[in-house]
Design a protein around this ligand. Structure first.
Ligand code: SGN
Ligand code: CA
Length: 523
């Protein structure tokens, strides 16, 4: 009899423990870097760099090949992520406008629902985030070396390299300052690989020795494109600064009788004399070699030289991001937290790595419209799945709320990704995504435009000081070099896509009236 009772108790206890495990709220770690092109993640493309740690998310979870943003620029993307609403609804249309803090954000809702919340790294809002138990964020763009952080207790400068420091702060919070009995939502936000692309010592030593293959469209002449592509100021040859971006020194420039602008200042963005000396030991010889080679360079060879210098530094910053993502994933594994933690890796938008001759972003063309997205959650997501549905940064808020078992506010405009993550694809109905970019006139001179993309086509309307349309056949022309808006063979597609665009604008409550409002309020 006694042994029957013991067996019964054991069975009950095991089932209690299982039940407890089932209902334990998952932790959420949202990792986002700034301007990280999917072309620079080896899970997507092994041509440029190996990112074994970021790839772990795809190997142990899901790789999204058709993730995009709704407005390809930093602070607006972050506002869309936090609010689950398009820019024209949350009001943060560009980097310069004010973020209306009466917007409800998903961290506020999660905090109220009992989640511990923390944010470390780059927010870029001009005001502090709401809904966080703790934050340590960079002011504005922040610095790569010895950065200043805004904290709830005032500003502090932390010596070192920004990517390592952001991770140290994140790990310190996970290890020492959270209650292990409560679920947490952590936003771990890298500044890298944002311009002006300053790698850590280890990686500038390594990457300045590398040479990268040229993209097919490096010398794009924009022949079939409209005014916007032709007048944008983000060309590697014409608009990338020899000093600020490719790191020629004022002395080199003077010797060659050249001038260009420099935002980094004498200290190269906050380096100490010691850090600067190490930097000069590597970049000095690059300057000397350029002095020798410049007299024989033409536009084409100079473009290639600038492209190589750009990629060396840009990718060098990503190598540190990858190492540091590895540190966080290792911690989750070591602490046995991995199974019940959903980890997301994404960027605030994509980026041009020489495609169309460009750097920067902003356009609805794929390199900047699409963004990397890798998600692992061993308890729920099968390992090694590639997903090609069209998902957006707009969807994160509702996804995280559903993951946490909290009902999302009705006015959020995305779709929870949970059905896709958990193998219930039949519940996913979206057939088009909407895009709207506003920051013009401004740096890089990318004109205002909105558009929709389906899996097959992309329709874009440039407006404000032009009225031009472009259509791309995404299957036949994935590099988007043939604008077929006037091709009679696509007349019906144009008609259908224009109608779909109008319906989509209506669905998301965007309108010509709002376009005008945001032009008038722009300064
Ligand atoms: C800076 C950069 C631009 C970049 C914007 C916005 N210039 O102004 O190249 O487009 O940030 O980037 S820099 O010379 O100051 O680096 S965003 O990611 O923050 O939106
Ligand atoms: Ca960005």
């Amino acid at each position: 009899m006694k042994s029957i009772v013991i067996v019964f108790l054991v069975v009950v206890c095991v089932s209690c423990a299982n039940k407890k495990l089932d209902i334990a709220k998952p932790n959420i770690i949202f990792i986002m870097s700034d301007d990280h092109a999917y072309q620079a993640i080896s899970a997507y493309d092994t041509t440029l760099i190996q990112t074994p740690n970021i790839d772990r998310l795809a190997n142990e979870g899901m790789l999204f090949t058709n993730a995009s943003v709704t407005n390809s620029i930093c602070a607006p993307s972050r506002a869309v992520i936090l609010t689950g609403k398009h820019s024209h609804i949350n009001g943060k249309i560009d980097n310069l406008s004010h973020f209306d803090t009466t917007n409800v954000t998903f961290p506020q809702i999660l905090q109220k629902a009992g989640y511990q919340t923390a944010m470390f790294g780059k927010l870029h809002f001009g005001n502090n985030p709401k809904g966080f138990d703790e934050f340590k964020i960079l002011p504005g763009q922040g610095e790569y070396y010895n950065p200043r952080f805004i904290t709830q207790k005032g500003d502090t400068i932390i010596d070192g390299y920004v990517t390592d420091i952001t991770t140290d702060l994140t790990l310190d919070w996970m290890k020492n300052r959270r209650d292990p009995n409560k679920p947490f939502m952590l936003m771990y936000l890298h500044k890298a690989p944002h311009r002006a692309w300053l790698p850590s010592e280890k990686y500038y030593k390594e990457f300045t020795k590398k040479t990268f293959p040229l993209p097919e469209t490096l010398f794009d002449d924009y022949k079939t494109r409209g005014t916007a592509a032709k007048t944008a100021e983000m060309g590697i040859l014409k608009h990338m600064s020899l000093v600020n971006d490719t790191k020629l020194t004022p002395a080199t420039m003077a010797k060659l009788n050249l001038t260009d602008w420099n935002n980094l200042g004498e200290s190269l963005g906050g380096m100490t004399a010691e850090q600067r000396a190490k930097w000069d030991a590597v970049y000095g010889p690059i300057n000397e070699k350029f002095i020798e080679e410049y007299p024989t360079m033409n536009d084409s060879t100079l473009t290639i030289w600038k492209y190589q210098r750009y990629l060396q530094d840009y990718l060098g910053t990503i190598a540190s991001v990858d190492d540091n993502v590895g540190r966080v994933l290792d911690y989750l594994d070591d602490e046995k937290l991995a199974d019940n933690t959903i980890v997301i890796y994404t960027s605030d938008q994509g980026f041009y790595l020489g495609e169309h001759g460009w750097f920067d972003k902003r356009f609805m063309y794929d390199e900047s419209f699409k963004t990397p997205l890798l998600i692992k959650w061993p308890n729920k997501i099968k390992a090694g799945i590639t997903e090609d549905e069209m998902v957006q940064n707009l969807d994160f808020a509702q996804t995280f709320l559903e993951v946490a078992g909290v009902t999302a506010p009705k006015d959020m405009q995305g779709e929870s990704l949970v059905p896709l993550l958990t193998g219930n694809k039949e519940k996913w109905k979206r057939d088009a995504v909407y895009y709207h970019y506003y920051e013009y006139p401004a740096e890089h001179a990318v004109k205002r435009h909105y558009g929709i993309a389906t899996k097959e086509f992309k329709l874009i309307h440039f407006y404000h000081d032009v009225n031009e349309w472009e259509l791309y056949d995404r299957k036949k022309d994935p590099k988007e070099i043939n604008n077929v808006i006037n091709n009679p063979a696509y007349a019906q597609v144009v008609k259908d896509m224009k109608q779909k665009l109008q319906e989509t604008r209506k669905k998301y409550k965007d309108s010509e009236e709002l376009d005008r409002k945001y032009i008038e309020s722009y300064n």
